[in-house]
Design a binder for this molecule. Structure first.
Ligand code: SF4
Ligand code: SF4
Length: 198
């Protein structure tokens, strides 16, 4: 894919995120899942993200915040990374509140990443090598679907492919030579915006 301007990539990513929200709403409605009054908060889930395009867009969101708030999130992210690494070294999977969670609300709601958007519902993805991965949704979703004869599933393959296209549009010919991204959101914050040439 031809390299795109950063503005065009951001515009298309915002539109893709809207389509993810629509797909999520459809599946969560079919399951009867609502986050309202949830006694848990899934923003403690520990996972890595894999695209420059989401990393750079996350930083666009962070840069639009007042400096004081941004610095607060960076400090929290540094603490998160320290604690998570110590836990991983002892073989424990971290379950720490995301540094961007502000009293239950996402501090970068419009810029949150794909996994944050899909986590709640049952979803699946078919990888380019044909391997199918399935995710059961959050604990509440799992309770709601446990007795369902036909569980509604959000297939995010098409959405993921569109994200990959935007990654290619952002990186252009460098897409094959850039190091792979495998970072938690906190690490993406601590490292700062990815270093991409204009
Ligand atoms: S996605 Fe699930 S665990 Fe997360 S807030 Fe919503 S209902 Fe709760
Ligand atoms: S970025 Fe937002 S939605 Fe994602 S884990 Fe952090 S607070 Fe939750």
């Amino acid at each position: 894919m031809k390299k795109m301007t950063r503005q065009a990539v951001f515009r298309k990513l915002a539109a893709l995120y809207e389509r993810m929200a629509d797909a999520y709403s459809e599946t969560s409605a079919a399951i009867g899942l609502s986050c309202e009054n949830c006694e848990n908060n899934c923003c403690t889930s520990y996972f890595q993200h894999h695209t420059y395009v989401e990393w750079v867009y996350l930083w666009q969101g962070l840069n639009s915040l007042p400096e004081e708030k941004r610095n607060e999130y960076i400090a929290r992210a540094e603490e998160y990374v320290r604690t998570a690494r110590a836990l991983v070294e002892t073989g424990v999977k971290p379950s720490i509140m995301c540094p961007l969670n502000d009293n239950g609300l996402c501090g970068v709601y419009k810029h949150r990443l794909m996994i944050c958007r899909m986590h709640g519902v049952v979803n699946s993805i078919t990888m380019p090598n044909g391997k199918k991965l399935s995710f059961p949704g959050c604990f509440k979703c799992q309770e709601l679907t446990s007795d369902m004869p036909q569980v509604p599933v959000l297939d995010r393959t098409r959405l993921y492919k569109e994200l990959v296209m935007l990654e290619m549009g952002l990186l252009g010919s460098k897409v094959k030579s850039m190091p792979k991204v495998d970072l938690t959101l906190a690490e993406m914050i601590v490292l700062g915006p990815p270093k991409l040439n204009p």
